[in-house]
Unconditional design. Structure first.
Length: 160
């Protein structure tokens, strides 16, 4: 399986202390920075509600990458992929154009073929909660789209 050879590290333009990498233990919250672009906003100048799901997806993808797993390699070599099967969001405050946000992803539950994430989006400027969510992803066979057990390689990383 292709592994990421270097640590994932991203620093926000205004906050040099924001470093994104897996914490000790893969169930600890992973943080990913996101800047709100014009394309993310609606006519009112705030982030369109569906885009919060996109931001959360990015954080989960980068969490997986930081653990050493690329989604295309999982699909090509293990014939698996992850799909969202359940999403519950709570919108707290609007994010606006050019806001810098932090998006967290923390594993809360691991099933035979699914992972439940607790996610939070915060405004870095105001240090306020913008949106929270519980997202369940299912592991499926990429050819038949049927549930498939989480691979042992991933389970090993999650148990650390």
């Amino acid at each position: 399986m292709d592994r990421v050879k270097r640590a994932t590290r991203h620093t926000a333009a205004t906050d040099a202390d924001l470093i994104c990498k897996p914490a000790a233990g893969s169930r600890a919250a992973f943080t990913w920075p996101v800047r709100v672009y014009y394309e993310d906003t609606d006519l009112g100048g705030v982030v369109y509600h569906a885009n919060y799901l996109r931001f959360m997806e990015r954080a989960r993808t980068e969490w997986l990458r930081a653990l050493g797993f690329e989604q295309d390699a999982l699909r090509d070599k293990l014939s698996i992929q992850f799909v969202v099967v359940e999403a519950k969001l709570a919108f707290r405050r609007p994010a606006r154009f050019n806001d810098e946000l932090t998006v967290t992803a923390a594993v809360r539950e691991i099933g035979r073929a699914s992972i439940l994430f607790e996610q939070e989006i915060r405004s870095m400027r105001a240090d306020t909660e913008v949106c929270t969510g519980e997202i369940r992803v299912a592991c499926i066979d990429s050819r038949g789209f049927k549930p498939k057990a989480l691979p042992p390689e991933l389970l090993t990383e999650l148990d650390r």
